[in-house]
Ligand binder design. Structure first.
Ligand code: ZN
Length: 497
């Protein structure tokens, strides 16, 4: 390895340590930290961000990035240089003081959002969000003044993604989903869901989480499960991945499928190749691809009849009172009910992407400067009515429901829909290689994880999302796999002919 590359690796190690510390703080914040402790944590995070900024923008990194190219590089080294160059461009365009200030702002915004949501009062959050939108627009212009700011933001979450692609993608989805929802509502035979009402003991649900993680083949020596307001996954490194869930006494399916979903994220991180550890390539490649893995487990596998058949005996054993007279087929239909609703994270597979489209339209306008932050609630409610046909009674279950904008994550939401559509194409490719349904029904999910590890997981950030999709599926991304899957699955469940 050339000398500059060795120095670069040492710098990557420092970045790894900083990221590790930030992730620990973030995990702590969302799980066990006391409610009135954000001030001190915000200061610590701001200082760590300042360290990171100094490390990334000091004279060392740009010098090394130049020097290192003078000697031949291995494929992995070249990918590291490319990734660091990308991060350097992104971070070096923002002045240090502004960068730290933004970090403080987002910590305060998080606390304001929590209070605003509890009180269902958008005005408590509005001043913070105004500053965040302004900062994001400014950062986007600094990074690439020639591009539309929202395109700059989309690209940060899913390299290569643009508004043009999103408009076309969402347009195609709407063309299929809107008439499908109409048919489900007007002609469909609605499955019985009465037995899902509960109550479901939290002790039983915790036991079920353990069982689900076992079936998925998640190594508990390297992955724990905690509890938080919103389920999430965070990785410190491939040997320590944390997932969380949220238990509701009246709804066991919520946590059940959160664990399957977050478990999919965790498996990805747990299977990154050892050779990438400590480098900037460790970790999933993009938000869209990460979401494709969690969605694949949650929807294409988890909400399939073979998976329900595999785990239903365990669920019944844990909850004999609620489920003694219920069959696996009835349970499968009940957890797949499709109905327009208010909350994105609780949405079914058919309506989910419409929730994303509402956020996409708002973000596009906010970042373009054609929508004022103060007008978000009214515009949100109007779009929910137009896309999903639902009336939003208050902001708590409307525009205050998601945490993402607190952290300035504009451009993130579309990757959820994209990942959901990637997942259908990946599942289809998997079916061509082995009998997916048979393996899942036998509870042999190792067939799934070894296939994904080989085609996708091992590469970390070494390959682009487009390369990984082509490598796994043998063809570029095509949303038809997703729309075809939805139509087929829901026509059967709702007995549409
Ligand atoms: Zn996810």
């Amino acid at each position: 390895m050339n000398k500059a590359m060795q120095e670069l690796r040492r710098l990557e190690k420092k970045l790894y340590a900083l990221q590790y510390a930030q992730n620990v703080i973030e995990y702590d914040d969302a799980t066990v930290a006391p409610p009135e402790s954000y001030e001190g944590r915000g200061e610590a995070v701001a200082e760590l961000s300042a360290f990171e900024h100094a490390l990334m923008t000091g004279e060392t990194l740009p010098r090394l990035l130049e020097e290192v190219k003078k000697e031949p590089l291995s494929e992995q080294e070249a990918a590291e240089v490319e990734e660091l160059s990308r991060r350097y461009r992104r971070i070096s365009c923002v002045p240090a003081e502004e960068y730290a200030e933004f970090s403080r702002l987002t910590t305060r915004a998080m606390s304001a959002w929590e209070k605003a949501k509890a009180a269902s009062d958008f005005s408590l959050y509005q001043p913070y969000l105004e500053k965040i939108v302004a900062a994001r627009r400014r950062f986007a212009a600094l990074l690439d003044p020639d591009k539309a700011p929202y395109d700059v933001l989309l690209d940060q979450f899913e390299p290569g993604l643009t508004m043009e692609t999103c408009d076309r993608f969402f347009g195609e989805l709407r063309e299929v989903i809107t008439p499908l929802i109409r048919r489900i509502t007007e002609e469909g035979k609605k499955p019985d869901t009465s037995f899902l009402r509960g109550p479901w003991s939290l002790a039983g649900q915790r036991k079920l989480s353990d069982r689900v993680m076992e079936v998925m083949g998640i190594d508990r020596a390297h992955c724990t499960i905690g509890e938080s307001e919103h389920p999430f996954t965070t990785e410190f490194y491939k040997g320590d991945v944390r997932i969380t869930t949220h238990y509701f006494e009246e709804d066991m399916a919520s946590s059940f499928y959160s664990v399957v979903h977050e478990g999919g994220h965790a498996l990805y991180e747990l299977h990154i190749a050892d050779r990438l550890m400590g480098t900037c390539l460790a970790g999933g490649v993009s938000m869209g691809l990460h979401e494709s893995q969690s969605r694949l487990y949650e929807n294409n596998i988890g909400r399939s009849l073979p998976f329900v058949r595999a785990v239903f005996p365990s669920i019944q054993e844990i909850f004999p009172e609620q489920l003694s007279g219920v069959t696996a087929e009835e349970f499968y239909k009940a957890v797949n009910v499709a109905e327009p609703s208010l909350i994105r994270t609780e949405a079914d597979e058919v309506t989910y992407c419409l929730h994303i489209m509402v956020r996409y339209e708002l973000e596009k306008q906010l970042i373009a400067g054609t929508l004022a932050v103060g007008d978000i609630p009214a515009e949100w409610n109007r779009l929910m009515k137009e896309y999903l046909g639902v009336e939003v009674p208050c902001d708590r279950v409307g525009c205050l429901q998601d945490v993402h904008w607190c952290s300035g994550d504009f451009g993130y939401f579309p990757s959820y829909a994209l990942g959901t559509a990637y997942a259908a194409q990946i599942a289809d490719a998997m079916r061509r290689d082995f009998d997916l349904d048979a393996a899942v029904e036998r509870g042999e999910l190792s067939a799934v994880s070894s296939w994904l590890a080989e085609k996708i997981w091992q590469y970390g950030k070494e390959k682009s999302p487009a390369w990984l999709i082509k490598n796994a599926c043998g063809a570029p991304f095509d949303p038809h796999y997703y729309t075809d899957y939805l139509v087929k699955k829901y026509s059967e469940i709702y007995e549409l002919d």
